[in-house]
Write a protein that binds this ligand. Structure first.
Ligand code: SF4
Length: 237
């Protein structure tokens, strides 16, 4: 009973003051990466010389409740990140910004999503349409959706059809080859070289958008809302 109430209450970010509707948001919502772990530019693999951008939605509010990191999401230790509300304004603004980014001289690689997930099937379909419309745009990232359900299934289909520009790994589905898993859930795979101190950033690595690599393993430690602990604040996928 108490566990059920707890799940009902914890269904949004801890940092609600940093959730913005995009209608009156004065800045870009698809932001050039300033994140040290991601890097700014890609120097390796088929996305070499592309600029990395990020999109951040609200954690938990846009995520499937089956996420294994519902309580220890790394967003719990990111008080300053601007999260965007998912609504029709967000879709219109994304379309406008993607249209602009499509005209850049350099290629654009967008990390989906620094926080949050694909909120519904329609949102995934928008991305499929945007990739058709804006050829300069590519995406990589992670989802906690199951590849066997509708939203995840559509993401998996896009992985199959357009991996060259759409590389979304499934978080904590270790039986799925294109997955990225916590090292507490699986031991089968390659530990993220950035976390292992073997490379500087995603931009200098590129393993996540390499289809032939084994599943990626992440060291997962964050503030756990159930325990009130914080192992080391290190962000993972
Ligand atoms: S394994 Fe993935 S998350 Fe880790 S540095 Fe490489 S591209 Fe980034």
């Amino acid at each position: 009973m108490y566990g059920y109430l707890f799940i009902m209450i914890i269904n949004r970010t801890r940092f609600k003051a940093n959730v913005f509707g995009v209608k009156n948001y004065p800045y870009q919502i698809i932001k050039p990466s300033t994140n040290v772990k991601l890097g700014k530019w890609v120097s390796k693999g088929r996305h070499a010389n592309k600029r990395i951008y990020t999109v951040t939605l609200e954690e938990r509010a846009t995520c499937p409740k089956t996420c294994k990191h519902w309580y220890d999401c790394y967003g719990n230790t990111m008080p300053f990140a601007h999260r965007f509300k998912y609504d029709s304004y967000l879709i219109k603004r994304m379309d406008k910004e993607l249209s602009y980014l499509n005209t850049r001289k350099y290629g654009v690689l967008i990390r989906l999503h620094v926080l949050g997930d694909f909120p519904d099937l329609k949102y995934v379909e928008h991305w499929d349409e945007w990739l058709d419309k804006y050829k300069n745009i590519s995406c990589y990232g992670y989802t906690a959706h199951s590849p066997k359900e509708s939203i995840g299934g559509r993401i998996a289909l896009m992985n199959e059809n357009r991996w060259d520009r759409w590389s979304i790994r499934f978080s904590n589905y270790p039986r799925y080859k294109l997955s990225a898993n916590s090292d507490t859930i699986s031991k089968n795979g390659i530990t993220c070289p950035e976390q292992a101190g073997q490379t500087k950033s995603c931009g200098t690595c590129g393993l996540c958008w390499n289809k032939t690599s084994k599943p990626i393993l992440f060291m997962t430690h964050s503030y756990d809302l159930r325990k009130g602990n914080n192992a080391n604040h290190k962000p993972t996928n």
